[in-house]
Design a protein around this ligand. Sequence first.
Ligand code: R5P
Length: 290
Amino acid sequence: MLIASGPSSQELGKKTAELMKAKTIAVASKRFPDGESYIRFDDELVGEEVIIIQTASPPQDTNMFQLFLMADTAKDMGAERVIAVIPYLAYARQDKRFLHGEAFSVLTVAKLLERVGVDQLLTVNARQKVLDEFPFPAKTVSAIPLLAQYCKNKGIEEAFSLAPDEGAKDYAMEGAKILGGGYGWRHKERDRHTGAISFRDEEYDVKGKDAVIFDDIISTGGTTADSAKMLKAQGARRVFCACVHPLLIGDAEKKIMNNGAEEIVGTDCVPSPLSKVSVAPLIAKTLLGR
Ligand code: R5P
């Protein structure tokens, strides 16, 4: 088994390989002045199982294309199996055809991965239901317990765990298992044409208590900012925001902090200054436990 850390997950790949005590292979990469990517393996791959760790956070298309180049080249060089670890699986939110004629984007990604020789996929906090439609084994694991543990280690205990929508309900449940303090979720609706979101809330058990918002993604920050504001309005003492994939587009961080949050914590599925929790132990354990 050889671990290849792609350009977008150098640190995470290194940490994972160390935890697995696995052999690593060097991946040389560069971008040409026009933006095209270059990839080169420096080792022999004949007959090997190659695990490529490459997240597909922004710039999604570039990172995904570099993964295509690595997988295809590994197979061309004689690798027997290629396992793609894509901690942030770009396009996973378009996991069905919501409107007539729309691209079913994540399935297009799956077909391309299969075409370049990927035999298996491991990702973090995507929806297993759509992964089951992939033309090869694809699995997701959850980093929410790691985020909840980070909060607990900071002394945030008996906090209420909130999911900003029903789809994230399991995240709040996972958080509550570690933090205690109960859990709940908001009712969110999104206009599929304009993208505008609206919420319906109940009274949550947060008066005078700490609260943690758990979500898979913070993109523009609108969902988390609104949730933080709602929790404060309902009397929460302190509000923490924990997400697996901190995309933090534009002024997302500022927006959330301005709405009463104490701290935002993310994982290194998406490298950012707020990615204080590493998913390396989770990935290593999952790969070793196959
Ligand atoms: C949506 O279902 C996701 O779980 C996130 O809540 C969403 O992607 C967050 O987006 P934004 O930060 O732009 O509100």
